[in-house]
Design a protein around this ligand. Structure first.
Ligand SMILES: Nc1ncnc2c1ncn2[C@@H]1O[C@H](COP(=O)(O)OP(=O)(O)O)[C@@H](O)[C@H]1O
Ligand SMILES: [Mg+2]
Length: 588
């Protein structure tokens, strides 16, 4: 378009006839608009908070967002013949570039002056304001202002600078995450996604694009756990005893050193010098070696109390190792040799084989191991990125993030927080991107939250949560946050790097089979009148016990072998017993 023609277009579209008011005050990045007399309640043109207006200045159209509308203030507006006034934030302007193209820019170069005409902005202008190029834009829903206009985020900015989805329970966070991840997979089919799913709700959202990991099919050998993590496992989430931990810290590096040697007797008889391994080096070691080493030390001791410390440690180790619920980390852990490459390959989809996503379902794990497991996974995701120089980007998404990275340093497991914090702080350098989901942003470590440059804020009722978000967004956006307590389901404010402007939008409507938890709680919850018979209770108990069976039993059953003991036998009739959507889930 020629500049002259474009200019004329602007003039035409800003003909005085469709003006709804005039600028009566300009103050920094805000202005007051006197609204024309014929603005009656119920009038089609009525102005309310969140509306977009265009202000006709000498060389551009300034775009403004209404933050307040009033019949009363300022009182002088009425004296000048206006019906009322509204306050607006000046957020940017539409300019005509040298080639005649129109474009939207954030920030204002020419401020409106008194008397400038104010108009609603058109659908095309709205597209210009929120438009993100075809290549980098990822469509996630529609604009609140006009459901006919797609809402997009800049996918690379959103991913590379991390994002967070926050909102009260039930407002559509998990569904929103499913929308985001569906779009990410479509736009960036090679990006691998690792989703931490504490409530086993995403299992079927992504169809055959995702593999689901559970205690039954996960093999996470104990030797991949670093020292703090393995101590946490051995002491089942409670603090360990100093003397015992000291013994462990001595023998684990030795066991790692012994790993490479031949027969067991040869290994144990050879003198163990400085191994060069630390307690944290991720190389295999054998449990048998570890136990023999502690045993050997105990044999040499005269002091009764030290002997008993060693004895207790051995007991503790064997009780964990023999606990069938811990089979995912101990069973067969030394059989395949050094399986680190295959474990990492499977977890992080290398190669993707058309399934770029792993859903890590945590609900079936013993509750006291979950923190350590998330810590190992987060750490491995980061370290793989680090040591591969970010060659294979990975998006690490963590639901219930406040559980793993709590604001209160005394809560949760330090190593898990550190693993997530490391991704938040340095991940982008190594192609490891973070997506956090939380219903309690105030309880989420604020340094981690502050690294998330794109925020999807859904309804937040709690004042503390709102305050945290307010401190995380720019001043101009903060005025929009006053809407946050009143947002509906699926409605979200997007702030930050991923969007041109703070954007109020509705996430796409998901089909029922794509919804997380699609055997919806709400369905079950409304069905209090369900008749329950004895067989129902029996089935529940069967499943309950089944969740604590060893993986060996489970796998032999899955392979069609005869299980040695009665396992969780009857599957539930899905229609009848929809209330049981989380088999084995310790409800949180
Ligand atoms: N994008 C969406 N498409 C369809 N239904 C939705 C969507 N978002 C939310 N819902 C409805 O709201 C319910 C709660 O959403 P959910 O994502 O589980 O919320 P949250 O994770 O915040 O607790 C869903 O079960 C679904 O019925
Ligand atoms: Mg949820």
């Amino acid at each position: 378009m020629q500049p002259v023609a474009a200019q004329r277009l602007i003039e035409e579209s800003f003909g005085a006839a469709d003006a709804i008011g005039r600028v009566i005050l300009v103050r920094g990045s805000t202005a007051n608009i006197g609204l024309k007399r014929d603005q009656k309640p119920g009038d089609h043109d009525r102005v309310t908070v969140g509306d977009f207006l265009g202000i006709d200045t000498a060389g551009s159209r300034v775009i403004a967002v209404v933050t307040e509308a009033s019949l009363e203030s300022p009182p002088t507006a009425k004296e000048y013949g206006f019906a009322g006034a509204s306050c607006v934030d000046l957020v940017g302007e539409i300019r005509v570039k040298a080639d005649g193209e129109q474009c939207f820019m954030r920030g204002v170069s020419r401020y409106p002056s008194l008397g400038d005409a104010v108009r609603r902005i058109s659908k095309d202008e709205l597209r210009l304001v929120y438009g993100i190029g075809e290549e980098e834009g990822m469509e996630i829903g529609s604009l609140h202002h006009d459901v006919g206009v797609d809402a997009s985020v800049n996918i690379d900015d959103m991913l590379q600078k991390h994002f967070a989805v926050v909102g009260t329970t039930g407002v559509g966070k998990s569904s929103g995450v499913a929308v985001l991840l569906h779009s990410v997979m479509e736009k960036r089919p090679d990006l691998r996604i690792f989703l931490i799913d504490p409530h086993n709700e995403y299992g079927r959202c992504f169809g055959d694009r995702a593999q689901t990991m559970t205690p039954a099919n996960l093999r996470l050998p104990f030797w991949l756990f670093n020292f703090e993590e393995i101590v946490d496992i051995i002491y089942r989430g409670r603090p360990g005893l100093d003397e015992e931990i000291e013994i462990l810290s001595d023998v684990i590096p030795l066991a790692k050193q012994l790993y490479g040697r031949g027969s067991r007797s040869e290994r144990l008889s050879a003198p163990a010098g400085d191994s060069g391994y630390t307690v944290d080096t991720p190389v295999p070691y054998r449990l048998t070696d570890l136990i023999s080493l502690v045993d050997q030390r105990m044999g040499k001791l005269e002091n009764l109390s030290s002997r008993s410390t060693h004895g207790k440690l051995l007991q503790r180790i064997s009780s964990v190792v023999n606990d069938p619920r811990y089979a995912f980390m101990f069973e067969g852990a030394n059989v395949g040799g050094d399986t680190m490459a295959s474990v990492i390959g499977q977890l992080f989809r290398l190669p993707t084989d058309g399934r770029p996503m792993t859903i890590m379902q945590l609900a079936g794990f013993p509750a006291e191991t979950v923190d350590s497991v998330v810590s190992v996974l987060g750490r491995m995701a980061f370290d793989f990125g680090l040591w591969s120089d970010g060659a294979l980007p990975l998006l690490f998404v963590c639901e219930e993030a406040h559980r793993y990275a709590s604001a209160n340093r005394d809560l949760g497991f330090g190593p898990t927080r550190r693993a997530i914090s490391r991704i938040a702080k340095e991940g982008r350098k190594y192609g490891v991107f973070l997506g956090l989901v939380s219903q309690r942003p105030a309880e989420l470590d604020s340094t981690i939250l502050s690294q998330c440059s794109t925020l999807f804020v859904m309804r937040l009722a709690n004042e503390r949560d709102q305050a945290i978000i307010r401190s995380a967004v720019s001043d101009a956006a903060a005025s929009l946050l006053s809407f946050v307590p009143s947002l509906g389901t699926r409605e979200v404010f997007a702030f930050g790097e991923g969007v041109a402007l703070p954007t109020r939008l509705n996430f796409k409507q998901l089909r029922s089979e794509q919804l997380p938890q699609s055997e919806a709680v709400s369905d079950a919850g409304s069905d209090f009148g369900r008749t329950v018979d004895q067989s129902f209770i029996d089935v529940v108990i069967d499943r309950w016990r089944g969740a604590t069976l060893s993986n060996r039993l489970r796998m032999s059953e899955e392979n069609g072998d005869q299980p040695p003991a009665k396992a969780h036998s009857k599957p539930l009739d899905p229609d009848r017993y929809r209330i049981l959507k989380k088999p084995g889930a310790p409800s949180q």
